[in-house]
Design a binder for this molecule. Structure first.
Ligand code: F6P
Length: 358
């Protein structure tokens, strides 16, 4: 058992529905142990800013379980491992400020940290733990692509939002006899597209794990028309790419984007069918977490405090149904969890006649 009495909590990387539920669970369960809890604003930025570290008590986290976003703010810029420093000649040099972060946390009297984040934030947490920080990670990402946990919170809410959108597209697609192509998030993994695509009964689902062939996609579209169903729904993960090709990035940016338009244009060119495309974008990260994610987030938050109490640092809470337990942070960041090609949801899609682009 630990002698720790003052802990910190922060949220890093892109937001995901359920962050506030984790914060509430951390605060309430730690308060019940008689500890003090401090929130660090905007990932680690708050450590170096006036009023950037705030005391969190029961009152501060009242009524936030159902709220999207994060009361602490977040950022996916300013990685302390690659801190940009402007040189006299105007050039930018990157330095590792990890030790400064660890020292600043100690200066604030924080003895252990609950770091809530995705792959980037957990990599930072792991690095900070090698510098002596007592840290426990909580896995967050709507992409569900973190190894060592069967689910991240936020994922099922994103699937719900995307499934709802696909459902709504059916009626307008049918009314106009069109092909609707919807682009969903998922940089390197097709979890959201696969789950929402199957649940929303899309005709074609394109994911990064299966490079697609336009011949296969257009054949499926033509089959729809031939069978008298004169509309089609195509779901494409933002990271999907054609056989022999590469993922698409927005012009002059490191952000993925453009797959829906490319696929829609090509379907129109090859089949002559009227097509429309849309990008669901950050809608998938917004809004209130669904019950599944609220519960998972609350379980994760309480489990993180439990790990601190047991002195199990350098770990991450993970869902391994039916339990939540701690795994080494290095296992969590060792590799990305993509969709296994033999997974039952892939097999379900194929059995239902859904085209996966191959
Ligand atoms: O990692 C989650 C994610 O939602 C990705 O699917 C997406 O590519 C990315 O974040 C977008 O992040 P942002 O627009 O915040 O940089």
């Amino acid at each position: 058992m630990t002698s720790i009495r003052r802990i910190g909590v922060n949220t890093g990387g892109g937001d995901a529905p359920g962050l506030n539920a984790v914060i509430r669970a951390v605060v309430r369960s730690a308060e019940n142990l008689g500890w003090e809890i401090y929130g660090i604003r905007d990932s680690y930025d708050g450590l170096f800013e006036k009023d950037g570290v705030v005391r969190l008590d029961r009152k501060a986290v009242r009524g936030i379980t159902h709220q999207g976003g994060t009361i602490l703010g977040t950022t996916n810029r300013g990685n302390p491992m690659k801190w940009p420093v402007r040189e006299a000649d105007g050039s930018i040099r990157h330095e590792d400020r990890a030790q400064a972060v660890v020292d600043a946390i100690a200066d604030h009297g924080i003895e252990a940290l609950v770091a809530i984040g995705g792959d980037g934030s957990l990599e930072i947490a792991h690095h900070l733990s090698t510098k002596g920080l007592k840290v426990v990670g909580v896995p967050k990402t709507i992409d569900n692509d973190l190894a060592a946990t069967s689910r991240t919170f936020g994922f099922m809410t994103a699937v719900e939002t995307a499934t709802d959108a696909i459902g709504k597209l059916h009626s307008t697609a049918e009314a106009h006899e069109r092909v609707m192509v919807v682009e969903l998030m998922g940089r390197h993994a097709g979890w959201i597209s696969l789950f929402a695509g199957v649940a929303g009964t899309a005709d074609v689902i394109l994911i990064p794990e299966i490079p697609y062939s336009m011949d296969a996609v257009c054949e499926k579209i033509e089959q729809r028309w031939a069978s008298g169903r004169e509309f089609a729904i195509v779901v494409a993960a933002e990271g999907a790419y054609p056989e022999g090709g590469e993922p698409l990035f927005m012009a002059g940016s490191k952000r993925l984007g453009g797959i829906a338009k490319t696929v829609a244009d090509e379907i129109h060119e090859r089949t002559g069918r009227e097509t429309r495309e849309l990008v669901l974008g950050h809608l998938q990260r917004g809004g209130s977490p669904i019950a599944y994610d609220r519960l998972l987030a609350l379980r994760f938050g309480c489990a993180a405090v439990d790990l601190i109490q047991k002195g199990e640092f350098g770990t991450m809470v993970a869902l391994d149904p039916p339990t939540v337990h701690g795994v080494p942070l290095e296992d969590a960041i060792a590799h990305r969890k993509t969709v296994p090609l033999d997974s039952d949801v892939i097999r379900t899609a194929r059995a239902l006649g859904t085209c996966l682009g191959d």
